[in-house]
Design a protein around this ligand. Structure first.
Ligand code: MN
Length: 328
């Protein structure tokens, strides 16, 4: 959906919904990324600047590398208390299930919800839905909201939005990196974001365990289908062996499309009975479509994921058969 012409109308819906309520719960998807954290901090700032009560709760913790963003320490990791909020703001999350906590039991699925996202499989579950699948990041949608509505924001919010967009474009390397994005990020830098600091925190602040994990996963590198598919594997037991948290595996999937002729990259994360696939594409193959062929799978055209309830060998065979059809 492209809503550039309709955006004034959509922003009115958003203003109206915010105006009707005094307290907001903000949340985002399981295994938080930079877009989740940056967008949450930016939106929390906005609500608080209006004199509203706003709190951010996520199922998973903020990855350590995003801890430098102002107020990241206020983001909480527990089930939000029931009945404390009048409305829920769901950012960068295609459905309520992906929040990871039971919204029905907590009573939150009955609350008015604001749904701001750019995932293709967004179910438009909100009372207000601001979903633009052409946006590079949820942070870009918030930038547009602030800019088009002439809402001036402080440097720390510029930096949060910059981090959101930078990470969702893979550090300005994915096909969603357009001149529009670069203009937006130039403006955010002008408004106080520090590009080299955000780069260093997001991409050059690995822990020792993360690098050890990388070296082991790299050693599993294999090519399939005439070198068009590259696969790396990460047995989940490896995390325990190295004492590495799950968050140490973030970014590994992007390494699967570094080879010249590769079109599809696969990182598998597997237990004895189940194999999760992180899929990556350089742009010619839509891996979101591939992931959707597996029940519960989905994502973007250049980055997607799904789980096959089978051991690694069988599951990989099944995935390669699907990819083979798409490569034709
Ligand atoms: Mn995103």
């Amino acid at each position: 959906m492209s809503f550039s012409k309709k955006s004034a109308m959509i922003w009115n819906d958003l203003h109206r919904c915010i105006g009707h309520h005094g307290s907001f719960l903000i949340s985002s998807h399981l295994s938080l990324d930079g877009d989740c954290v940056g967008s949450e901090l930016a939106f929390a700032w906005y609500l608080i600047s209006l004199g509203k009560k706003a709190a951010v709760f996520n199922h998973d913790p903020v990855p350590a590398k995003f801890g430098f963003l102002r107020n990241a320490g206020l983001i909480r990791t527990e089930k939000p208390p029931a009945g404390d909020f009048e409305a829920i703001v769901v950012l960068d999350c295609s459905n309520l299930r992906r929040l990871g906590w039971d919204t029905a039991t907590a009573g939150y699925d009955a609350l008015p919800s604001i749904n701001i996202d750019h995932h293709r499989d967004n179910t438009l579950f909100g009372k207000v839905n601001i979903v633009d699948t052409h946006a590079s990041a949820t942070g870009e949608l918030l930038y547009r909201f602030f800019t088009e509505e002439r809402i001036a924001f402080p440097p720390e919010v510029a930096e949060a939005l910059y981090a959101a967009i930078m990470t969702d474009t893979g550090g300005f390397r994915f096909p969603n990196t357009t001149s529009r994005i670069l203009h937006i990020c130039a403006d955010l830098a002008e408004k106080g974001a520090d590009p080299s600091k955000v780069y260093e925190k997001a991409y050059a602040s690995h822990s020792a365990t993360a690098l050890l994990l990388q070296s082991r996963v790299w050693s599993t590198l294999k090519f399939y289908l005439d070198g068009k598919v590259c696969c790396m594997e990460m047995p989940m037991a490896l995390l325990e062996e190295l004492g590495a948290p799950y968050s140490d595996s973030e970014g590994l999937a992007d390494c699967t499309i570094l080879a010249a002729d590769v079109e599809v990259g696969i990182l598998t994360k597997h237990t004895a009975t189940e194999t999760h696939f992180s899929l990556r594409s350089k742009g010619s193959i839509d891996v979101g479509k591939i992931a959707q062929k597996i029940k519960g799978g989905g994502g973007h055209s250049s980055a997607a994921g799904c789980t096959i309830r089978q051991p690694h060998g069988e599951a990989l065979e099944q995935m390669l058969a699907i990819i083979k059809q798409e490569l034709r």
